[in-house]
Design a protein around this ligand. Structure first.
Ligand code: BGP
Length: 485
């Protein structure tokens, strides 16, 4: 049947909200039986514009394991959501949040990765968080693994590089599905799974000073284990609760060609394939041929168990989620300049960039939404988008973050256009509704929130929560279902 009408705006029930991750917000890294997680052995960067995530070696791990403080490890400190969750969720509710995306710290539930019994105190913490959300009718969207795992699994199996980690993870997923499925309808398996080719944070596999090819071999093998674990989790969830939905999560970075030269267009397509590969596997259930070719040409061999392919094929995700911060540019034979942060490639002269070199591209979000919808025809969910900035608490006690409002407004306008284009978009959780520890710099001063947290890079401050100007703005956006921007 032809569709004669189209959505002219955000659909009723659109899920507006915000997203955080346990290791960047909770703190309380060693309380109530929690074990150490891989995120908590990553030191803060000595250079604000560099990443501090890819460099865990045997040596730095040994130092971190011996260090019982949180001085050099800000993710151990977070912003103490563990003790402030009631206050923070009340503030989210005041903005009118319909959804809150957060992650469960695996190391709170299975502190040593493979404990005989789950840690009840850890489970109770998330019972409490979920009860608080229910109080305000906020729908939880739960990430099962957001850049961390019990560090013991790194010591024993080199993280996801070891196949044994699949079973450990699926015990954890089964435990939390059984415990929380009544309260949680939306789940995500691995946060930004594609970043597993970049370093330690996603795979928990140590940098052993290998060649680039050898490292890629380890990382793609680790990612294969994550694909299988994700598919098994999908199967578990559907068995435990046939109504629950589970999604993949990609750091989506559209790559544009630097010129219309066909070789440049092809180079951009190649970059895009390397990014979309992950969602291709999780949504379509099989390795795409273009990656098989890439593996074969680069001497990478993915070792699979006999029924891995069947598990992937039988358990595709229900919806597709992604983070969106930037787009990139490439050209034939371009060497990545590695400047700034994340996978920042060539510069786009038409775009402005953030203080961290992330190229701001609202129209790119519309392009991305259309392309993802065309490719997969599964509901989409934007689960991260936002602006990291050096906010200033003024003498009048306020933070005037008009730049953040401008950034978010421009992106939301393009979401609306994409919906008019026909894209099925479930919701939008902006990143970091409350200031938290930056993933890539491990610092406090790269802030994203509608809510300012009084804490500096050295962990000093009262932890007081202060509403920024953007707080009131987002509240109106939600109240008007995206009409008042
Ligand atoms: C994504 C991560 C988040 C988050 C965000 C912003 O890649 O999923 O954990 O932190 O990026 O990045 P950053 O904190 O480095 O600015």
């Amino acid at each position: 049947m032809y569709k004669t009408t189209y959505e002219n705006s955000f659909p009723k029930g659109f899920l507006w909200g915000g997203a955080t991750a346990a290791n960047q917000i909770e703190g309380a890294w060693n309380l109530d039986g929690k074990g150490l997680s891989t995120a908590e052995v990553v030191q803060k960067a000595d250079d604000r514009r560099k990443m501090s995530m890819g460099d865990v070696t045997e040596e730095t791990l040994a130092i971190a394991l011996a260090d019982k403080t949180d001085d050099l490890y800000p993710k151990r400190r977070g912003v103490d959501f563990y003790h402030h969750y009631k206050e923070d969720i009340a503030l989210f509710a005041e903005m009118g949040f319909k959804v809150y995306r957060f992650s469960i710290a695996w190391s709170r539930i299975f502190p040593q990765g493979e404990d005989a019994q789950p840690n009840e105190a850890g489970l109770v913490f998330y019972d409490n968080v979920l009860a608080e959300l229910a109080k305000y009718d906020i729908v939880p969207l739960v990430t099962l693994s957001h850049y961390e795992m019990p560090v013991v699994l790194t010591q024993k199996y080199n993280g996801w590089a070891g196949r044994e980690t699949i079973a450990a993870f699926n015990r954890f997923t089964e435990t939390v599905f059984n415990r929380y499925h009544d309260q949680v309808d939306y789940w995500l398996t691995f946060n930004e799974i594609n970043t597993g080719t970049w370093g330690f944070h996603e795979t928990g596999a140590i940098d052993k000073g290998l060649s680039e090819r050898e490292q890629l071999q380890i990382r793609y093998q680790a990612l294969h284990h994550q694909f299988v674990a994700s598919a098994i989790a999908t199967k578990q969830l559907h068995q435990i609760d046939p109504n629950a939905k589970i999604g993949s999560m990609l750091a989506r970075m559209q790559t544009y060609p630097a010129t219309p030269k066909p070789e440049d267009v092809r180079a951009a397509q190649l970059e895009d394939e390397k990014n979309l590969f992950f969602t291709d596997v999780q949504a379509r259930g099989e390795y795409p041929e273009y990656m098989n070719r890439f593996f074969s040409e680069n001497g990478i061999v993915i070792h699979m168990a006999e029924d891995d392919q069947a598990i992937l094929l039988e358990n595709p995700v229900d919806f597709i989620s992604f983070s969106y911060y930037m787009t990139n540019v490439t050209q034939h034979n371009q060497v990545d300049d590695g400047v700034g942060n994340m996978a920042v490639g060539g510069r786009n002269p038409y775009l402005k960039e953030s203080d961290w070199g992330w190229q701001i591209d609202p129209v790119g979000l519309r392009i991305t939404l259309n392309a993802m919808w065309d490719r997969y025809r599964k509901p989409l969910f934007i689960v991260e988008n936002g602006l990291g900035a050096l906010d200033k608490l003024e003498d009048d006690g306020h933070v005037h973050d008009q730049y953040r409002i401008d950034y978010l407004r421009a992106h939301i306008e393009q979401m609306k256009e994409a919906i008019k284009d026909g894209v099925n978009l479930l919701g939008y959780t902006m990143w970091g509704p409350i200031d938290l520890i930056s993933f890539s710099t491990s610092e406090m001063s790269k802030r994203y929130g509608f809510i300012y947290v009084d804490q500096d890079d050295d962990g000093k401050g009262t932890l007081k929560r202060i509403k920024k100007d953007s707080f009131t703005w987002y509240k109106e956006v939600i109240a008007s279902n995206g009409e008042t921007l």
